[in-house]
Design a protein around this ligand. Structure first.
Ligand SMILES: Cc1cc2nc3c(=O)[nH]c(=O)nc-3n(C[C@H](O)[C@H](O)[C@H](O)COP(=O)(O)OP(=O)(O)OC[C@H]3O[C@@H](n4cnc5c(N)ncnc54)[C@H](O)[C@@H]3O)c2cc1C
Length: 459
């Protein structure tokens, strides 16, 4: 950068843009900063709502407790607001032949860090268990970028992929395992193969030794009043930032040594612009980008998702509800991908006599279902829930939230495409790009990236 900026624009008020504004405000309050957000609220897909006594999340319902989150929680004074998952409910289910089976404790995304519970688990067939346990004998291969399906099939066999891993990992990323890049999502597993010659050995050394259990439910956190607390707390700290909601940035163009933003039929000039938009919106807004950069952005695909909530009286459901939730493998041929038992996962989501469930549909393997009308989707979700959980009567509350093209798909070659994109914009010095289109969809990773970016900019 040629000189220290006096005036910065941040475009996009999701967690990436908002946390960038927070760090800029904190570390350089003398710099004038305008934060542009097209909606009437900050946070992007992070929003908590309360209806009929149920507290629900429109998007993320939790974050992984990484060091950056501990730091932020302390800085924002949120220690007493932060909540952990309910300890006694830290189990989850997988649907097998239409019935619930407990995911074995110590099972970590694709393999067991603990052998005994895995061997006796009804969640997987005998042949899949045997093949999974033979993984240490599979020769090591160094493949730079491989799909989740190729990696798991090669190391653990097809049964493991179809019976559990597709639902566990594909579900998190709403992705098709045949195209999901392992390198861009879970490089640890590639590292285990490289370092120990086996994923199972790696899991036993690093996951078991660290005394972390299974899907690490002890590491998930939220806030008493929901994820909105994080957004509101960030916003409250923006004392020297102008927060411009309902401001749709239509285009950004080079203006001598500066940048000109066109917003709501007006324009404004800045020394530096931080763009925290999804890839497609970057392409639509940044007309100055070379066509190669635009091509690379448009090659990043997004899947759609549907979130539904169902509220029940506790007596309508049975004891199996005392869990974090359930995942549904694709081979079960159900409409739902997974369900979180919200009020059993975190406190303060429903009154003691009620239960709140959240259901996921759509994703890369079921994009078409997102075209269905609300009535059909409610019907499909309730049919699946009734068959699996056997609830009595009808839900006392229901809602639906649609997320069209909201989930970035890190396909094989993603890192390469992202590196090429950043290479193609290297000459534009006074601009940078943030957001979940590039690396890391999780809230902690996005906040960390914003922090690193602001520190780099001010260095
Ligand atoms: C249903 C769902 C569940 C999820 N669950 C979890 C979870 O449990 N834990 C977790 O860690 N992560 C989860 N994620 C992922 C995480 O929420 C996202 O990766 C993250 O919120 C993305 O933040 P962002 O700021 O990069 O992008 P966005 O949130 O997309 O922010 C972009 C912002 O830019 C604004 N904008 C767009 N165009 C313009 C324009 N032209 N002018 C001005 N503003 C504009 C948008 O309105 C938006 O506010 C989930 C995501 C979804 C959708």
């Amino acid at each position: 950068m040629k000189k220290r900026p006096d005036k910065i624009a941040i475009v996009g008020g999701g967690i990436s843009g908002l946390s960038a504004a927070y760090y800029l405000n904190k570390k350089a309050p003398h710099i004038k900063c305008d934060l542009y957000e097209k909606n009437d609220h900050l946070g992007g897909n992070i929003q908590t709502r309360t209806e009929h006594g149920f507290v629900y999340e429109t998007g993320p319902d939790a974050f992984l407790h990484k060091p950056i989150m501990q730091e932020i929680i302390e800085e924002l004074g949120l220690t007493l607001e932060t909540i952990e998952t309910i300890a006694e409910n830290r189990i989850s289910y997988i649907v097998k032949k239409g019935k619930l089976a407990k995911i074995p404790p110590g099972f970590y995304l694709m393999g067991p860090a603990k052998l005994l519970p895995f061997m006796f688990s009804p969640a997987l067939s005998l042949s899949t268990k045997v093949r999974t346990l033979l993984e240490p004998f599979v020769p090591r291969q160094e493949i730079k970028d491989e799909s989740l399906a190729a990696f798991v099939t090669r190391r653990f066999g097809k049964g493991n992929l179809e019976e559990i891993t597709q639902a566990m990992i594909g579900g998190i990323y709403t992705a098709d395992p045949k195209t999901l890049s392992l390198q861009s999502t879970l490089p640890k597993f590639i590292e285990y193969e490289r370092k120990y010659g086996s994923v199972l050995r790696g899991l036993q050394k690093e996951v078991f030794d660290n005394n972390t259990r299974g899907p690490q439910y002890n590491k998930f956190r939220s806030f008493k009043s929901g994820m909105q607390t994080l957004i509101d707390s960030f916003e409250n700290q923006l004392s020297t930032t102008s927060v411009l909601k309902n401001h749709f940035v239509t285009s950004i163009e080079k203006y001598n040594d500066q940048w000109k933003l066109h917003v709501n039929n007006q324009s404004a000039i800045y020394d530096y612009v931080i763009i925290a938009l999804p890839a497609k919106a970057i392409g639509n807004t940044c007309h100055f980008l070379p066509s190669r950069s635009k091509q690379l952005l448009s090659s990043i695909e997004f899947a759609s998702a549907i979130i539904m909530h169902f509220g029940f009286e506790k007596k309508q459901l049975d004891q199996r509800i005392h869990a974090m939730g359930m995942i549904v493998p694709h081979r079960e041929q159900k409409s739902i991908l997974a369900s979180t038992f919200c009020s059993q996962k975190f406190p303060h989501r429903a009154s003691d006599d009620r239960v709140l469930l959240r259901v996921f549909m759509g994703g890369a393997m079921q994009e078409d279902i997102c075209q269905e009308c609300d009535k059909t989707l409610f019907h499909l979700a309730k049919t699946d829930l009734r068959e699996i959980l056997g609830y009595k009567g009808d839900p006392i509350y229901q809602n639906i939230i649609r997320w069209p093209h909201a989930m970035p798909q890190y396909k094989v070659g993603h890192q390469n495409r992202v590196s090429q994109f950043f290479e193609s914009v290297r000459n534009f010095e006074e601009i940078c790009f943030l957001g979940n289109s590039f690396s890391g969809v999780g809230i902690p990773d996005l906040i960390q990236k914003s922090k690193d970016t602001i520190e780099g900019l001010l260095a």
